[in-house]
Design a protein around this ligand. Structure first.
Ligand SMILES: [Zn+2]
Length: 79
């Protein structure tokens, strides 16, 4: 359990740096990014997946297990 927490913390720091480099920190802080599955507003606290798309757009999936599962299923059905 403790190990998991540690990994998550490191991940969060990397995530912030990544979002900074993508200029995505601001839109997220402004509540302008949403989960592509449930449309919940994405925050630094609930980002589970970040999917870079062509045209510099990025899709987000929140940390809800349902959303992660739905996204994975969607990915599988894609050509
Ligand atoms: Zn969601």
């Amino acid at each position: 359990m403790q190990e998991k927490k540690k990994i998550r913390a490191v991940f969060k720091e990397e995530l912030q740096n990544l979002l900074l480099s993508l200029n995505e920190i601001e839109p997220i802080n402004n509540g302008e990014r949403m989960c592509i599955v449930c449309s919940k507003v994405i925050t630094l606290e609930n980002i589970q997946l970040l999917i870079p798309r062509s045209g510099n757009s990025i899709e987000y999936v929140c940390d809800s297990p349902t959303c992660v599962e739905a996204y994975n299923r969607k990915k599988e059905t894609k050509p």
